[in-house]
Design a protein around this ligand. Structure first.
Ligand code: GCV
Length: 739
């Protein structure tokens, strides 16, 4: 973690904005919605819509008896009772007629041998199918695994919850014509929590940890159970509960005993628990005089430690490791490689089926800023590409979406294409560290989709995997989503990791609208081909109901929000121009320069942007495959929205849009602040259409955001004017244009 220093002066406007935000904390009306149920509210449908579900079978039958399928059945009964006002009978599989049948495909085959899904779903996939048994209507929820059954139930309940304004015939079809096979894009769909054992959460904005308080696991784990339910409802199957800046004490035997209570709670929902660990643990807590991963005593220590964990937590998922990064201990201490370090964990975990996520977020934070050839963006590729093939098959290199650090816009990390023989996962940040910290609206699914869909143009790919619904080999693209899902290069495992950082706040992330990012992450991890529009439409209906005005307003605001935030905090790919030495929130463009952290934008009185070209710059662009190099290397070809990430240009450089860089910066900030202000009136249009509590909470946030956008606008525009000496052509900054 970077040292926290006092924030730079923001001026009176910021203080006023902050004061306003505090003052705007309004009393809670009775019976208000707290947001705790998030998208699993299951509100009663209108009598008319509920009536259209009349043909829903009146009972449910469970074919298996695992804890997960029992959870699925309880959830189904609860959801149907709340939404349709009907109590499903719990029947037995000797009389499955007229039932909603829940079971694995294997169990289903034993019961009804003639029923087959159109294709065998992957692990955790499910099949929703209307069928007749002995002439009676049934609805089948069959999972490839027990977890698949639970996911299928959540999918069915989501359909019911979103049926409010559907035509009666369409609702009936949900029950009588259902035939839907769903399967996850990748086996890994995990969240990471950066929770410290004292209860604080690094980069958490929704209250203290739901797992830890005062150096112990909480006694009351109700919230952990509620969280696991939310995660399961969007197909997330693993959760790392502690900070990647890991406290070694997490691995003390007495602590593992405590942690196992969290695993017990997760297990009901099919969520595997995993831990972030310190590579130095054998020395720090294990009594050895070394943590050298190649020392046999160290390997033995890890093997025994892992065996002990599995004794207490039989379905333990594995470890996440941050090493040689931001002051963490690492293999470099002994001249070992990251593969050496990853494999010591991999070998201990392998007999139990566990995996190790080894983070590629490794860089030197004491870079010499005087040297224009230095570039933090190159670090992940430089460190890991040479090790490709050296990692065991249960080791996964976890790569942040961009080469720097969750900025408001970054290109895809070149490392996604730089590992052909190593499993990968993409790390996305749900908690809005650099994107408004949940105090400002920023729906990140659009940003994530740009990265996931980005074609890395990897040459010589031999693809023998087949997409659901289409043959990948036909078009031969190599998008990031297929690289991380292991669909390319025959990787054994891989997928999606989101840094969530929910907390004890009733609404989990601190803001009701921010939960769209957690929902969106889960939906994309399940199927990255879903559109942002579809995801936000689902989330809005589930979270606020299906009133057309509400759905139209909230979906539009969410879909615009990333661009609005980007426009006043970091346009043209300069990175988030925030206070990088402090809170990562306030404007603070000077803080990026003249230090070793490497989040440089290289702005001076002549120009702005990092020259990362092969020809004259740091050479970062050379880490991409040739077709991507071509996209970014030539100034004239580089897309405007990443221009300053890749090139250093004079302020008067003319963009593809026809504007100069400096004029774009002025316009973008003024436009962004105007659009942030417009959020207020857009939100006010739905007053009375959503519950009072969330309405007021969100309104206060938009009023605050409008003020903050002005703070940002003025800080950045004045800074750029001071540096460049070029006034705004529209007379808003610097000297007015001459008549
Ligand atoms: C958990 C950034 C954040 C740190 C975080 C780090 C990481 O630097 O500011 O808080 O540490 O990324 O991802 O490891």
């Amino acid at each position: 973690m970077k040292p926290i220093q006092p924030t730079r002066t923001l001026g009176r406007v910021a203080l006023m904005a902050a004061a306003f935000f505090c003052a705007a904390a309004l009393p809670r009306p009775v019976n208000a919605e707290t947001g705790t149920e998030a998208w699993l509210r299951y509100p009663a449908l209108s009598p008319q819509a509920a009536k259209s579900f009349g043909r829903l079978p009146p009972q449910t039958v469970l074919l298996g008896d695992s804890v997960v399928v029992k959870t699925a059945q309880r959830e189904l009964v609860q959801g149907v009772a709340q939404m349709l006002g009907r109590t499903l009978r719990v029947g037995t599989n000797s009389s499955p007629e007229n039932s909603i049948i829940l079971g694995t495909l294997t169990e289903l085959r034993a019961l009804i041998p003639a029923l087959h899904p159109p294709q065998e779903p992957r692990a955790d996939g499910y099949w929703l199918k209307s069928a007749k048994i002995h002439g009676a209507e049934c609805l089948i929820v069959a999972g490839a695994t027990d977890r698949g059954v639970l996911y299928g139930v959540f999918a069915l309940l989501s359909k019911i919850a979103r049926a409010e304004n559907m035509a009666a015939a369409d609702i009936t079809a949900v029950i009588t014509d259902m035939d839907e096979l769903q399967q996850p894009y990748a086996p890994i769909r995990w969240v990471n929590q950066w929770d410290n054992l004292d209860g604080r959460i690094e980069r958490g904005y929704g209250g203290p940890s739901i797992f830890f308080a005062d150096g112990k696991v909480r006694t009351d784990l109700t919230r952990a159970g509620q969280y696991a339910r939310l995660l399961a409802s969007i197909g997330i199957n693993g959760c790392t509960i502690n900070n990647v800046n890991a406290a070694p004490g997490i691995l003390e035997d007495s602590f593992i005993a405590q942690v196992s209570r969290i695993a017990d709670v997760f297990r009901l929902w099919g969520v595997q628990l995993s831990l972030a660990v310190d590579l130095g643990s054998p020395k720090l807590i294990g009594g050895l005089d070394t943590f050298d991963p190649l020392d046999p005593r160290v390997a033995e220590w890890w093997r025994k430690k892992v065996d002990e964990i599995y004794r207490r937590i039989p379905d333990f998922g594995g470890f996440v490791v941050k090493a040689d990064s931001e002051g963490r201990l690492g293999p470099s201490t002994y001249g070992r490689t990251h593969a050496d370090a990853a494999n010591v964990f991999a070998r201990a975990l392998k007999p139990h089926g566990g995996v190790i996520f080894y983070r590629a977020f490794v860089y030197n934070h004491h870079l010499d800023w005087h040297d224009l050839k230095n570039d933090r963006a190159k670090a992940a590729y430089d460190n890991f590409h040479p090790l490709d093939g050296a990692f065991d098959d249960n080791a996964i290199v976890q790569i942040k979406n961009g080469p720097i650090d969750f900025q408001v816009r970054e290109p895809a990390s070149p490392l996604f294409a730089g590992l052909r023989h190593t499993s990968e996962s993409i790390e996305l940040q749900i908690t809005q560290e650099y994107t408004g910290q949940q105090r400002q609206l920023c729906f990140l699914v659009l940003m994530w989709k740009e990265v996931l869909d980005f074609d890395m143009h990897v040459d010589d790919v031999h693809i023998d995997d087949v997409h659901i619904g289409g043959n990948l080999a036909d078009a031969n693209p190599t998008p990031v989503k297929d690289l991380v899902a292991g669909r390319i290069f025959h990787r054994p495992v891989g997928g999606f990791v989101g840094v969530a950082n929910v907390g004890m706040d009733a609404n989990w992330l601190g803001s009701p609208l921010a939960m769209a990012n957690l929902y969106g992450f889960g939906r994309l991890a399940w199927d990255p081909n879903l559109s942002a529009e579809k995801i936000i439409d689902e989330w809005t209906r589930l979270t606020f109901g299906s009133d057309p005005l509400v759905v139209k307003t909230i979906t539009a605001m969410q879909l615009n929000s990333w661009h609005v935030y980007e426009s006043y905090t970091g346009p043209l790919g300069a990175g988030t121009l925030t206070n990088i030495l402090g809170n990562h929130y306030d404007p603070g463009p000077e803080s990026s320069e003249e230090n070793g952290w490497g989040q440089w934008h290289r702005a001076d009185h002549l120009g702005i942007g990092m020259d990362r070209t092969i020809a004259t710059g740091t050479g970062f662009i050379g880490q991409y495959p040739p077709a991507v190099q071509k996209l970014y290397e030539k100034l004239a070809d580089c897309p405007d929205d990443l221009l300053l990430f890749f090139h250093h240009v004079p302020y008067t450089y003319v963009l593809h849009s026809g504007k100069t860089v400096v004029q774009h910066i002025y316009d973008s900030h003024y436009d962004g602040a105007d659009r942030a202000r417009d959020f207020i009136s857009q939100w006010k249009a739905i007053e009375g259409h959503v519950d009072e509590e969330r309405y007021r909470d969100v309104l206060a946030r938009f009023e605050y955001q409008a003020a903050e956008a002005i703070v940002w606008r003025d800080a950045i525009c004045n800074w750029i004017y001071k540096l460049s000496g070029v006034p705004d052509g529209k007379g808003r900054v610097g000297s007015p244009p001459s008549p």
